[in-house]
Design a protein around this ligand. Structure first.
Ligand code: IDP
Ligand code: MG
Length: 140
C-alpha cells in the first residue's frame, strides 16, 4: 500500500500547556512519521483561510480567534493510510465523547479546544499541506 500524507496541527490549547511532545509521542506510537514540522503563530486571516469551509458555522469566529491566540505546531504526517490512521488516534471532535486512548480524550479541553487538527480526505490533505509547507520542507 502506498504512503500517504496528512496535515496535523497541534492547536493553541496544547502548545499553551506544553504538551506537544506528549502528542507527538501518541502520533509516533500510532505509526505515523513526522516528515515536516514547524511552530508558527497563525494570524486571524490565516486561520480564517484555513477553516474557510466552516465560514457559515456559528463557531467560526471563536474558532479562528482561538487558533490565532497562541502558537500552533503544523506538521506533515506520513504512513500507509495516514489520513484515517491520524483521525483514529485523534479521536472524535468532542473530547467528551472521544474513545479512550485517543489524543482528544486524553488531552482535549472541550469541543473547540480539542488539541489537534487532522485532514479528513486525500484531497483536503493536499490542499492543507500546501497551505503551510513548500515541497522542499517535507523530508520523507
Ligand atoms: P474535526 O476537527 O474533528 O474535523 P470539524 O467539524 O471539521 O471537526 O470542525 C473543525 C474544528 O472546529 C473542530 O476541531 C473544533 O475545534 C471546532 N468545532 C467543531 N464543532 C464545534 C462546535 O460545535 N463548537 C465549537 N467548536 C467546534
Ligand atoms: Mg475537519
Amino acid at each position: 500500500m502506498p504512503l500517504e500524507r496528512t496535515l496535523s496541527i497541534i492547536k493553541p490549547d496544547a502548545t499553551k500547556r506544553n504538551i506537544t511532545g506528549k502528542i507527538n509521542a501518541k502520533l509516533e506510537e500510532a505509526g505515523l512519521r513526522i516528515v515536516a514540522q514547524k511552530r508558527i503563530r497563525m494570524t486571524k486571516a490565516q486561520a480564517e483561510g484555513f477553516y474557510a469551509v466552516h465560514e457559515a458555522r456559528p463557531f467560526f469566529n471563536d474558532l479562528c480567534n482561538a487558533m490565532s491566540s497562541a502558537p500552533v505546531v503544523v506538521q506533515v504526517l506520513e504512513s500507509e493510510n495516514a489520513i484515517a490512521k491520524n483521525r483514529e488516534i485523534m479521536g472524535s471532535t468532542n473530547p467528551a465523547t472521544a474513545d479512550a486512548g485517543t489524543i482528544r480524550k486524553e488531552f482535549g479541553v472541550n469541543i473547540q479546544d480539542n488539541s489537534v487538527h487532522g485532514s479528513d480526505s486525500l484531497e483536503n490533505a493536499k490542499i492543507e499541506i500546501a497551505y503551510f509547507f513548500r515541497p522542499e520542507e517535507i523530508v520523507g
